[in-house]
Ligand binder design. Structure first.
Ligand SMILES: *Cc1c(COP(=O)(O)O)cnc(C)c1O
Length: 798
């Protein structure tokens, strides 16, 4: 497709003023930052529409296979600057808006994050949408247009408090409502026999209405659609009741329907068997399948050819009702035989597994599935029996429905032609521990697609300083060909280059210190080591290990104040699921320790702890480019991949980490010398747990650990409530499921090595620059190419 040329500053200024006046209805003299941001967004959006239409038209004309990415979460963040950058018009936008007397940063930061996701899984979906558009992979993302995205986090005396998120209170300039694309979605009811055929008669029906957001790829060559479904009532108002004067009762059907797309579930790794959640999953999936089938048939194609033109990817098991739903549509609505319908379904579907944590594996009670989706429950049992028939050696304990539960992992596996893990280690563990029998019955079905992140957002947009240096050094084009970063390697030997690399990092650190001063009231020296752990708070991610080690450092400074300590800033960020007490306690502890350490006159500038509330995509964009050290310290075998680890290393932060998830591959790529490794391996973790006394033994061998736990137990960080952390300390001695104690001393050893390396700034910047130079593999473009080749069987349209 032709290059899209950026408009001139004058043209764009005219467009902005036009939208301000005629779309927003505002006089420039009285316009707020919000009005200007809207006007600019509309002016940018106008320029996406043409390539967007052209992409759709080309897909139709060429009869291309389309990819449909089904995900309950899309953690998009802000859109304005990313769209401007991908259209090559950021500089023009900035000049135009400043020429109109507005502050560019204020306009950009006026945009609320689209927080339609919890963390890594949702952010991955957003990166993949952007890479599909960049690569010209024709497709759609399908999700839910939650009225309330992930809750906003605040702290009250160190405790997490949750506040509702309201992003749709303002106008959302990046979406187009499509009232003509609406489908009825049924729930509950009965299955009746008509002419000997089962017919589902739902008891409840809601309407799924589409809202489309264009997703523009790098340089505007291709654009796809993210289609989000919003729930509407079948009859928006019960006019009969309205006419009888009961206005609020008249709105009731509307209220009932809208709950389906009202709120995102805030649990990222535990699943709760809630009826509303199951309904949300079916709502998304059924709307997507209906839309896919309609488009396929509108193209004059036969349903037997579905896998030739359609690839459906299920992001985790959340949309795995897609298997039974597709079978239902083919059999019940289109009269196909079951055997053919399931064969077509398997050829069409792919399933991405994201976790091995037992509490995260979705299982729905059979009675609930039967109540909410009676016809699907029948089909699930039919699929299970079909699979058993075709695989007589399947052991009795393997299957979809066991112990009156529907296991969504097994369902997704059996309904897919490819199942993928998200890092090399994780994929091995999926084969060996999660689905060993299904893997034996279907060798070759499980494949690996290591995660990636988009360098457009995570480098080009978030880290302008580094991006300019890279472009000045190796030329243009690396954003869409991240392996080009290897060309930086010879320059790493050049002191001048390393100084510029360090200067870029310093400039980001200065900006972050200013922001921390303004927003947190904490003054941090920009030349200190910025040691950062930002991600959801979870016991397996072990923020506890980090804060215990931090207490150890503080204790050392207190005991030997004359010592030579490397100035350090420990930065934490992340939300805990509202019902996850153990995670909330860790948050409280971090904030309590920060309060004591930051106000300790003996410590001064040598150690600071900051925990800005409400970690989200825009905060990540601010923190990651300013980080020196990336904490990726999960218990080995627990983190499927991680993507935060990739964002940091690309931006020249060194990793301190365990052999978990994609850390393993990151270390292989950047080189063991440029990575601070510590901790037990996944295999050793399993061995260690066999000793019921593993924690006690480890603590007894670490004086520091004993001191740290003692201080916490004495209430040094909770003088107002000395017993506050007794439960936590007790758990450390007696259980410690995630092996914090066993890894503690090795973690301290690695931290000491970090300090030593950072003091040798020549060595540090060599290591940091090599990290950037060797992270090309972790572009989401590479990941999407893998999906296209190994799973979807599609080719680029560009
Ligand atoms: C990348 C990202 C994550 C995932 O981080 P991990 O360290 O891989 O868990 C979570 N939240 C946000 C806002 C992100 O940008």
């Amino acid at each position: 497709m032709k290059d899209v040329l950026p408009p001139s500053v004058e043209t764009l200024r005219g467009d902005i003023l036009h939208h301000l006046t005629y779309t927003m209805g505002k006089d420039p003299d009285h316009a707020s930052v919000y009005d200007w941001r809207m006007a600019l967004s509309f002016a940018i959006r106008d320029r996406i529409v043409t390539p967007w239409f052209a992409s759709t038209r080309q897909t139709w004309e060429q009869g291309r296979k389309r990819v449909y990415y089904l995900s309950m979460e899309f953690l998009i963040g802000r859109m304005l600057e990313d769209a401007a950058i991908n259209l090559g018009m950021r500089a023009v936008c900035r000049e135009a808006i400043e020429g109109l007397g507005q502050d560019w940063h204020a306009v950009v930061e006026n945009e609320p994050d689209a927080a339609l996701g919890n963390g890594g899984l949702g952010r991955l979906a957003a990166c993949y949408m952007e890479s599909m558009a960049t690569l010209g992979c024709a497709g759609y993302g399908y999700g839910i247009r939650y009225e309330h995205g992930l809750f906003k986090q605040g702290f009250d005396h160190g405790r997490q408090v949750e506040m509702p998120e309201d992003w749709l209170k303002q106008r959302h300039p990046w979406e187009f409502e499509r009232p003509e694309s609406a489908y009825p979605i049924g729930f509950k009811g009965t299955v009746e026999k008509r002419d000997g055929k089962p017919v589902w008669v739902p008891a409840e029906t809601v309407i799924a209405e589409a809202y489309d957001m264009p997703v523009i790829g790098w340089q505007g060559h291709w654009a796809n659609t993210l289609r989000l479904w919003s729930a509407k009532s079948v009859n928006e108002f019960d006019l009969n009741r309205f006419n009888h004067g009961d206005y609020t009762a008249a709105a009731e059907p509307e209220t009932f329907a809208r709950t389906l797309s009202r709120v995102l579930y805030p649990d990222d790794t535990t699943y709760q068997g809630k009826e509303l959640r199951l309904k949300q999953e079916y709502f998304l999936t059924a709307a997507a399948i209906a839309d896919i089938i309609r488009r396929h048939l509108a193209g004059g194609l036969s349903l037997t050819d579905l896998p030739k033109y359609v690839a459906i990817q299920m992001n985790d098991t959340h949309p795995s009702i897609a298997g039974p739903e597709l079978v239902r549509v083919l059999v019940d609505d289109h009269g196909m035989e079951f055997e053919q319908a399931i064969a077509i379904t398997v050829e069409t579907l792919g399933y991405t597994n994201h976790t091995l944590l037992p509490e995260a594996l979705e299982k729905w009670a059979s009675y609930l599935m039967t109540a909410v989706l009676p016809r699907h429950m029948q089909i699930i049992e039919e699929i299970d029996a079909w699979h058993m028939r075709n695989n007589p050696s399947r052991p009795h304990w393997v299957g979809i429905v066991k112990n009156h539960e529907v296991r969504m992992g097994e369902l997704a596996f059996i309904c897919s032609h490819k199942v993928n893990g998200v890092s090399a280690l994780h994929t091995e563990l999926v084969k060996q521990t999660l689905f060993p029998e299904l893997h034996r019955l279907h060798p070759g079905r499980i494949v690996n697609e290591t995660n990636g992140v988009t360098p457009r957002r995570w480098m080009r947009s978030a880290n302008k300083e580094l991006s300019h240096l890279i472009t000045d050094t190796i030329g243009e084009g690396w954003e869409a060909d991240l392996d080009m970063l290897h060309q930086l390697e010879p320059h790493v030997q050049d002191k001048g280059f390393r100084e510029k690399f360090a200067a870029a990092k310093r400039s980001n650190k200065v900006a972050l210190s200013n922001w921390l001063m303004e927003t947190q009231g904490v003054k941090v020296p920009p030349d200190a080591l910025f040691d950062v752990q930002v991600k959801r708070i979870h016991e397996y991610k072990r923020q506890l290990l980090n804060i215990l080690q931090t207490i150890g450092e503080w204790h050392a400074i207190r005991n030997t104040p004359q010592g030579d300590y490397l100035p350090k800033v420990k930065i934490f960020g992340g939300k805990a699921a509202p019902g996850y007490q153990a995670a909330k306690e860790i948050i409280h502890l971090i904030n309590d320790v920060a309060e004591v350490v930051n106000n300790d006159p003996y410590v001064g500038d040598r150690l600071k702890i900051v925990y800005p509330a409400n970690y989200n995509v825009s905060m990540a964009e601010r923190l990651i480019p300013a980080s020196d050290l990336s904490e990726q310290i999960s218990t080995a075998g627990k983190e499927a991949s991680g993507t935060g680890n990739m964002k940091f290393a690309m931006n020249g932060a060194l990793t301190i980490g365990t052999l978990d998830g994609a850390n393993v591959e990151i270390r292989e790529e950047v080189g063991a010398d440029n990575f601070f490794l510590f901790g037990l391996t996944a295999e050793e973790v399993v061995e260690h747990r066999k000793d019921p006394e593993h924690a006690r033994h480890a603590i007894q061998q670490s004086q520091t650990m004993q001191d740290v736990l003692q201080m916490i137990a004495e209430g040094r960080f909770s003088p107002d409530e000395p017993t506050r952390y007794h439960g936590l300390v007790h758990n450390m001695w007696n259980s410690d499921y995630f092996l914090v104690a066993s890894d503690f001393e090795d973690y301290r050893r690695a931290q000491a090595e970090v300090d030593e390396a950072f003091r040798d700034s020549d060595r540090w910047w060599r290591m940091a620059a090599l990290n950037t130079a060797r992270m090309g593999f972790f572009s989401s473009d590479r990941a999407i190419r893998g999906y296209m080749e190994d799973i979807w069987g599609t080719e680029s349209a560009l």
